[in-house]
Design a protein around this ligand. Structure first.
Ligand code: ADP
Ligand code: MG
Length: 440
């Protein structure tokens, strides 16, 4: 106010002009010798104030503060835009990204070689080659880790790039919130956030596609970014072709770029991941313990890491040495019987016999009544499904039968399963499969 009054007095400004042009001005910030002033007006107003009052303001400020500040005049939109950019840069450098998920800590194995190479290529030249990059694979196999690695890599090369990482829950919730607010500002804020960026990463995109409204908005977000050659990276638990409720126009866009899958890790990769983790966390766990974990925990890397953490935590708590005995004790609940149990032909014979109220010797024996022959053929079929035994071996186990008999038996069961007017065999097989290998 003091500054404004001084300008008014010194330049003998009329009240009406003062009220229109000077009174509304507000200092937005003072930084690095620059005073940024908000001009709550339109472009013409800004031009006019700049022309006519910028110098008087500068002089008045210098007189009053004793510092020769530069003056910057800005419209509200511009200030808002700058704030947002600052926020975004802050968001992308901390929030949302796990500092541990980088390419350096990612172990490359045969299961993820391709996804890793694709991710690195995209990180090196975002928006240029593979757009979108679509990473898919089961739970806990490293999709999120790879996505964060890409984001870190791009930010490292170009700290100014505007990167937005969001889970699809975040995208959906923010969208629903914007819709519920029911006004245009909320919606345009949402769009600004998701479209005014250089790289968009949406994790677990399968959840976005559940709802029509989110699919629609996502479609437009996608098109805007893709059209502007901005990099899009998506992850999902399954490939686009298996996303049933996905609209075709979106599905085809998902397939425009590169699809990269991650499989379950093999034993060597599981060992390498455990060793890497051991190294990163600074522990020294014996090779036999690592081997024990890698042999028994197969499905998922999160569980693999969890097992190692659990063993280390136990050792610390109970002040015990980390050894195989401790590992076995700690992991006994995690190692499910399925993973330990090997399905043997004997086990199948026993299960089938019991199911049909027969004894195992009936199955192995020579009686040919259909009451026994049918279960025996089912055993042949299931042995081939569940065990590595070949037809000759199955024949040996089933009372020295010839392998052609086994083949005939298996074919017969297959024909019955595929015969639409006979549902009995199919049901029997279903039940028996569940008995032999219970779903988790
Ligand atoms: P997803 O997103 O596919 O469910 P995550 O990326 O969250 O899986 O991975 C689960 C855990 O396994 C994370 O702690 C991650 O760091 C780790 N992980 C997955 N793959 C690897 C790998 N190849 N090398 C090292 N750690 C990995
Ligand atoms: Mg994930």
């Amino acid at each position: 106010t003091e500054i404004l009054n001084r300008v008014k007095e010194e330049h003998d400004i009329l009240d009406v002009s003062f009220e229109t042009w000077l009174a509304p001005l507000k200092v937005y910030k003072v930084e690095d010798n620059i005073v940024t002033i908000l001009v709550p007006s339109q472009q013409v107003g800004l031009d006019y104030v700049s022309k006519k009052y910028k110098l008087p303001l500068k002089v008045a400020i210098a007189e009053i503060t004793g510092t020769n500040y530069e003056i910057e005049l800005l419209l509200p939109e511009e200030i808002e835009r700058r704030q947002k950019t600052e926020e975004d840069i802050i968001t992308s450098s901390n929030a949302g990204l796990n500092p541990k998920y980088t390419f350096d800590t990612f172990v490359v194995g045969s299961n993820n070689k391709f996804a890793h190479a694709a991710s690195l290529a995209v990180a090196e030249s975002p928006g240029e080659i593979y757009n979108p990059l679509f990473i898919y694979g089961g739970v806990g196999l490293g999709k999120t880790h790879l996505m964060h690695s890409i984001a870190h890599f791009i930010l490292h090369n170009n700290p100014k790039s505007r990167i937005l990482y969001a889970t699809s829950e975040e995208f959906t919730n923010e969208l629903i919130e914007a819709i519920r607010n029911g006004n245009n500002t909320a919606m345009s804020k949402f769009r600004e956030k998701y479209r005014n960026i250089d790289v968009l990463l949406i994790d677990d995109v399968q959840f976005i596609i559940g709802k029509e409204s989110t699919q629609e908005e996502f479609f437009h977000t996608f098109n805007t970014l893709h059209g502007a050659k901005k990099q899009i990276i998506l992850s999902s638990d399954r490939p686009p072709k298996d996303m049933d409720i996905l609209e075709d126009r979106i599905r085809s866009r998902f397939e425009w770029g590169l699809l990269a899958d991650i499989q379950s890790p093999d034993y060597e990769t599981r060992m390498a991941i455990l060793r890497k983790k051991e190294e990163l966390d600074g522990y020294n766990v014996g090779e036999d313990v690592i081997d024990y974990i890698a042999t028994n925990i197969k499905s998922n890397i999160r569980e693999l890491e969890g097992s190692l953490n659990k063993i280390i935590a136990y050792a610390n708590l109970e002040k015990r040495e980390i050894n195989l005995a401790l590992a076995e004790q700690v992991l006994k609940d995690m190692i499910s019987p399925n993973e330990k149990k090997v399905i043997t032909p004997e086990f199948i014979i026993n299960t089938v016999a019991e199911h049909f109220n027969l004894s195992p010797s009936d199955i192995i024996g020579s009686k040919r009544s259909s009451k026994i022959a049918h279960p025996r053929q089912i055993v042949m079929y299931l042995c081939r499904e569940f065990t590595g035994t070949n037809l000759v071996q199955i024949g040996q186990l089933l009372g020295k039968r010839d392998h052609t008999t086994i083949m005939y038996g298996i074919d017969k069961i297959e024909a019955e399963i595929n015969n639409p007017s006979n549902t009995v065999t199919e049901e029997e097989i279903d039940i028996l499969k569940k008995k032999i290998n219970p779903p988790k």
